[in-house]
Design a protein around this ligand. Sequence first.
Ligand SMILES: NC(=O)c1ccc[n+]([C@@H]2O[C@H](COP(=O)([O-])OP(=O)(O)OC[C@H]3O[C@@H](n4cnc5c(N)ncnc54)[C@H](O)[C@@H]3O)[C@@H](O)[C@H]2O)c1
Length: 249
Amino acid sequence: MKLDLSNKNILITGAATGMGRASAIETAKHGANVAIVDINSEGLDEVSKELTKLNANYKTYLIDVTSIDETEKKIGEIEKWFDGGINCLVHFAGALEGSVVDIDELSPETWHRIININLNGTYNVTRSVAKFMKKRKSGVILLTSSGAGVLGPGSSAPYSSSKGGTHGLTLHLQEYLSENGVRIHDILPGSIKSPLKEGQLSEALKNTGDVKVFDKNTKELGDPDGVAKIVAFIVSDNADYLRGSIVTR
Ligand SMILES: NC(=O)c1ccc[n+]([C@@H]2O[C@H](COP(=O)([O-])OP(=O)(O)OC[C@H]3O[C@@H](n4cnc5c(N)ncnc54)[C@H](O)[C@@H]3O)[C@@H](O)[C@H]2O)c1
């Protein structure tokens, strides 16, 4: 199937590395206009080089999604930069800490930091984008939850809780947004190679000393490009009849 994303103005968060980076490049290959968002400016510079090579129409934005004011203001700027406004949100920004740490030993700082980035950040981004999509009665929103906290326990209490919360938010918004012409999904990626996942495996190794599990899990990591191909389909018009959560390898 040939995808044509030339009518898509896609805001991608967490675009400096991993699946966000791969999705920015993949959707741009299909002609999408992309606004790439992250707190990692070096990573954004590297993705920019790739997008320039593709002759893509793109712009980078440094946004910390934990700041509701900054997020709302800069998403307002992105809305204006795109000709016709934002018609797709792909929200990958996230973090994982506290892997294989018992709840009674987990610091409140770690708990609050991860909930703040993953769950409050998702709220901050979604509310800012939904406002514009509702007015136009069209759009696609793709949030990122995880098997952790949705299909099973996961390795970190705050991470699983934040992802269970993101899944719940997606379910909550489905009916309301579809009444306003907006399609919303959450994606549940499997174990995919990225700084976040490699950090999780290293933290788990430090806390358990289990080299065998570390080696096995490292070997089995999937490629972010595989997920990016699915993202490109989800935001396309070919996926208009798609509903609900999407589980990937
Ligand atoms: N890799 C996996 O196996 C896996 C599995 C399930 C879910 N996920 C989720 O997928 C998403 C993408 O993760 P990834 O694995 O590609 O990791 P990644 O580390 O490559 O990407 C996460 C990105 O989010 C950015 N980010 C972190 N805090 C931010 C903030 N406050 N504001 C803006 N940007 C911020 C980081 O700089 C990074 O570029 C995350 O939400 C993650 O929880 C990953």
